[in-house]
Design a protein around this ligand. Structure first.
Ligand SMILES: [Zn+2]
Ligand SMILES: [Zn+2]
Length: 118
């Protein structure tokens, strides 16, 4: 079933929607077996169905060797601001968390940080 409300960020085409996590998970496994394309199901906040989101394949990330997050883990680093923004929009779709993109001050690509509420 194609979503009427949700479009893919990259393709601009309607996302596939699934009624249940089980259904989404089987579609993800099918895609992995047939297309070698790893997908992760997530529940959409907007339409209340399940969609599939590419598993980090589209947004390759590395760990920064210098910057740590609030919980002391090394931050993910993205090679370009475009990829960082793409990842931020996926996180926003999946979790409803707004993230800002900023350039690493040690030159290790781009990071995401939670939007500060002033
Ligand atoms: Zn949706
Ligand atoms: Zn950094």
């Amino acid at each position: 079933m194609k979503s009427e409300t949700c479009l893919g960020k990259v393709s601009g085409k309607p996302l596939n929607s699934y009624y249940s996590e089980f259904e989404a998970q089987s579609a993800a496994e099918y895609s992995k077996n047939v297309y070698d394309n790893e997908l992760a199901p997530y529940k959409c906040q907007r339409c209340d169905y399940w969609h599939l989101s590419p598993k980090c394949r589209m947004t390759p990330s590395q760990k920064c060797s210098r910057c740590t997050s609030a919980i002391g883990e090394y931050k993910n680093s993205y090679p370009t601001s475009k990829e960082a923004r793409l990842r931020a929009s996926i996180i926003y779709d999946e979790k409803g968390i707004e993230l800002e993109v900023y350039k690493c001050r040690y030159g290790n690509g781009w990071h995401l940080t939670k939007t500060r509420n002033y």
